[in-house]
Design a protein around this ligand. Structure first.
Ligand code: ZN
Length: 343
């Protein structure tokens, strides 16, 4: 089978042939119909995940059909549609036991720690697979598992955003754009900050009440839109230290700042800013299987759209072009279609 493999940091992916893997006990082989190309694939490519083993097949935002099941019962049948939850947590981890499958020692991330879905087939533990309650276009199902589930986790589980609150979204990319539409759905006043007019227009279309271009006046403009005090929740979805600092600077009293984007840059802040406003600053790492289940239901109910994420599709052989498009900001997402023949 064809895979796109990262053999060295800052290098292009190599398109190579791998043997089709066989599922062991408790495992399922998934024919990968769709896999999104995400900012964290670029982060991986450029060495951001310290300690990630190389070579590695990236790809963590995937959906497909069950192609084979392992020798013991898995609860899945050949042909079942599945979304892949990319993390396999050690079952005895105290974090996993408390429901935090996304963190703790020993979590194995598909596409970071073990080979991922930039491949025609991937073998996964059956307990990491999710059957949608109704059929979903696989390209849509793939982006629901990360681009939408990540901001959902950040807004619902970490920030606990409530209707009537103000939400500032910094960075209108694959994550931020969905934070905007989810914030709107949850009943918040949504202020979106981005750089390109095209992305601000998208934020407007997805339900932002206010869109602001990032610049020297932006902090004052954000305060003006929030009764002079700053937003209740800030979701920092842009990978830059400047935006980390802006998030903390403009958050309102009792504000919850949630850092979602990752950058290798450091930021600085004064303790007094946290003290004066009793700020909470938290990171939000990925998402949980129940976040995927929830956003699938939101999609099936017509509450959210994925059109802005699924218009650019490429065959797996164009994985490098997809990464280049993402790095340049030309697209929010490209969805690779590894199992689609005839490209
Ligand atoms: Zn991702």
């Amino acid at each position: 089978m064809l895979v796109a493999k990262l053999a060295g940091y800052d290098e292009p992916l190599q398109l190579v042939d791998h043997p089709v893997p066989d599922p062991g006990p408790g495992e399922v082989r998934v024919r990968v119909e769709a896999c999104g190309v995400c900012g964290s694939d670029l982060f991986l490519q450029h060495g951001g995940f310290v300690g990630a083993p190389l070579p590695i097949v990236p790809g963590h935002e995937a959906a497909g059909d069950v192609d084979a099941v392992g020798p013991e019962g898995t609860g899945f049948a050949v042909g079942d549609q599945v979304a892949i939850y990319y993390i396999d947590a050690p079952p005895d981890s105290r974090y996993a036991l408390a429901g935090h499958l996304n963190i703790g020692p020993g979590v194995r991330r598909m596409g970071v720690d073990v080979d991922g879905a930039f491949a025609e087939y991937v073998v996964r533990p059956a307990h990491t697979l999710i059957k949608p309650s109704a059929p979903v276009d696989p390209v849509v199902l793939a982006v629901l598992t990360d681009a939408v589930s990540t901001p959902y986790h950040a807004l619902v589980r970490i920030a606990q955003l409530r209707a009537g609150e103000s939400l500032l979204v910094l960075g209108i990319g694959g994550i931020g754009s969905n934070a905007v539409q989810l914030g709107r759905h949850l009943g918040a006043k949504v202020i979106a900050v981005g750089r390109s007019p095209k992305k601000l227009e998208l934020a407007r279309r997805l339900g932002a009440d206010v869109v602001l271009s990032d610049g020297p006046q932006v902090a004052a403009q954000i305060r003006a839109e929030t009764d002079g005090v700053g937003p209740d929740v800030v979701l920092q979805c842009g990978a830059s230290a400047h935006l980390d600092e802006l998030a903390i600077e403009v958050a309102g009293f009792l504000g919850r700042v949630v850092l979602v984007a990752t950058t290798t840059e450091s930021f600085s802040a004064r303790a007094s800013t946290f003290v004066w406003k009793e700020l909470t600053v938290r990171g939000s790492r990925g998402f949980l299987p129940e976040d995927i289940t929830d956003v699938i239901e939101l999609y099936l109910a017509g509450a959210i759209t994925t059109e802005h994420l699924t218009t650019t599709r490429r065959p797996l052989v164009e994985a490098n072009e997809a990464l280049a498009d993402l790095a340049s900001g030309r697209v929010l997402r490209t969805v690779l279609e590894p199992a689609t023949k005839g490209h």
